[in-house]
Ligand binder design. Structure first.
Ligand code: ATP
Ligand code: PRP
Ligand code: NIO
Length: 473
């Protein structure tokens, strides 16, 4: 359950409210509308995004209302009293269709659509973008780090480096993308995640010597003790002292869980530390590594044969380093009974009009081949067209078709059972296995094909012509 979700009506941009007031005062506020959420460019130089944040969006929208105090505030900053009175009893009553949380999505796919009155669908724009863009960015980063880490354990350590309260949802998204546990106790409690951790340098510094610090900790936590070994000298002091504690624990019937390396050359140090632990008979003691890790460094460490069992990752996962944001947008596709388009001289920036759905075409070996976007009523299309490069098409007759969109909110009520992040993560993992390798590599991944149906192509081109007044389609 997401924290802070009551009366979320002010969680929006000022212009959403001014437009809503305009719709209301001109008597257009009940006109039917549909908005699509999609992104244009996958982050981190990748080819896909892990769709996350759906549960947060649904909870926030179910609670999208205004208290008396909120209304007083809006009136005090200049909103019209008739509109403010309307907001007092406002709640979102629309419908939402979406791909599943954890699904792999690709550029320009309308992964979520919001239908309802123009006023209500407009008001929730900021919230939808805020939640989906952030959680999807972090889940995608987590998925890349998981790819690099293979089957080793991934701990999310990012709360202290996160952009303020963003760290709360970042921890959830990290688990969806493939992390095992988080250091973030708040998120663990709220989202049902597993929290865990080691120790900081301050614990060791608070004693007069390292061995004494290790021993005191081991006495408190004899069965869950991971010792930080780099405070003074990793190989001359930290690891030998950890081995002493491992012996003492063993004599008392316990077991040292691990040591943590947090500086220096992690390949060199992990190899040396592993050899020392093994030599002393502690093959079971795990090696945890941290210090500004990301998917590139983890990949490099593993390719060098660093015997690291657990990676602790902070900054890069909680902030989505090196991409500060996912560029997801929310565009009007249907208004007052007609398809609507945002035109642009740049074809790739032109939106897709109408109420649409997404089909995934899967081959005989259960691998993803391509996705097709079509108008909701089309069922039997068997060819998809490149949305911007005339003449490029793909026949999908030989593929099995899987519809990705389903209804998650009806008349303002969430009809989607809340899923545990761990279950969403399992779904993401299975989808990743279906995505061919060439789309997953870090360097210049192959672009995944997303085509549109002939009817959608023609609808888009006809509408665009009306606005651009030219015959170039
Ligand atoms: N074998 C390795 N291959 C690639 N990158 C590594 C390797 N070992 C460590 N790194 C990374 O190199 C960076 C080292 O950072 P930095 O130069 O600040 O070293 P440091 O050990 O933290 O220094 P300090 O001793 O001042 O704490 C970190 O991002 C770390 O994850
Ligand atoms: O490097 P990041 O990927 O951001 O991961 C989190 C870092 O945060 C901690 O350091 P910090 O110096 O804050 O505390 P510490 O005393 O526990 O090392 C931890 O030791 C990691 O180095
Ligand atoms: O538990 C840890 O080792 C930890 C937690 C947060 C940040 N860095 C490390």
């Amino acid at each position: 359950m997401l924290p802070f979700v009551n009366n979320t009506g002010l969680y929006t941009d000022h212009y959403e409210l001014t437009m809503a007031q305009g719709y209301f005062l001109s008597g257009r506020h009940e006109k039917k509308a549909c908005f699509d959420y999609f992104f244009r460019k996958a982050p981190f130089g990748g080819s896909f995004v892990v769709f996350a944040g759906l549960s947060s969006v649904l909870q926030m929208i179910e609670n999208f209302s205004y208290t008396k105090n909120d209304c007083n505030y809006l009136e005090s900053v200049g909103f019209d009293s008739r509109f403010v009175e309307y907001l007092q009893s406002f709640s979102f009553r629309g419908n939402i269709h979406s791909v599943k949380e954890g699904e792999l999505i690709f550029p320009n796919e309308p992964a979520l659509r919001v239908e309802g009155s123009i006023l209500e669908t407009q008001l929730v724009e900021t919230l939808v973008l805020n939640m989906l863009n952030f959680e999807s960015l972090i889940a995608t980063k987590a998925c890349r780090i998981r790819q690099a880490a293979g089957n080793e354990v991934l701990l999310e350590f990012g709360l202290r480096r996160a952009q303020g309260l963003g760290g709360i949802n970042a921890s959830r998204a990290a688990i969806i993308g493939g992390f095992d546990k988080t250091s973030n106790v708040f998120s663990a409690r709220h989202f049902g995640l597993e929290s865990s951790g080691t120790m900081a340098h301050s614990w060791i510094q608070s004693f007069s010597d390292e061995l004494e610090a290790f021993r005191a900790y081991a006495n408190h936590f004899p069965d869950s003790c991971t010792l930080l070994v780099d405070t003074y000298n990793t190989l001359k002091s930290g690891v030998p002292n950890a081995i002493t504690i491992a012996r003492e624990l063993r004599e008392k019937g316990h077991q040292l869980v691990g040591i943590r390396l947090d500086s220096g050359d992690l390949t060199y140090l992990s190899k040396k530390a592993r050899a020392m632990l093994d030599e002393a008979g502690f093959q079971e003691v795990k090696i945890v590594a941290s210090n500004q890790l990301d998917e590139t460094i983890i990949q490099s460490l593993r390719s060098e044969g660093a015997p690291i069992d657990v990676f602790g990752v902070g900054t890069s996962i909680a902030t989505g380093q090196d991409d500060a944001a996912l560029d997801g947008v929310y565009k009007l596709s249907f208004y007052d009974g007609k398809p609507s388009i945002k035109v642009s001289e740049n074809l790739s920036k032109m939106t897709l009009p109408g109420i649409k759905t997404i089909d995934r075409f899967v081959d005989g070996e259960n691998r993803f081949c391509a996705d097709g976007i079509s108008l909701g009523h089309e069922t039997g299309y068997n060819e998809i067209f490149h949305p911007t490069e005339a003449g490029k098409r793909k026949n999908v007759t030989s593929c099995h078709k899987e519809n990705l969109i389903h209804q998650v909110m009806r008349d303002g009520n969430c009809i989607e059972k809340e899923q545990a992040p761990g279950d969403i993560a399992a779904f993401t993992k299975s989808r990743l296995q279906q995505l061919p390798e060439e789309h997953k590599r870090f360097l210049n991944p192959h672009v995944y094909k997303v085509g549109i149906s002939k009817e959608l192509l023609e609808t888009r081109n006809d509408l665009a012509k009306q606005y651009l007044k030219k015959d170039s389609f």
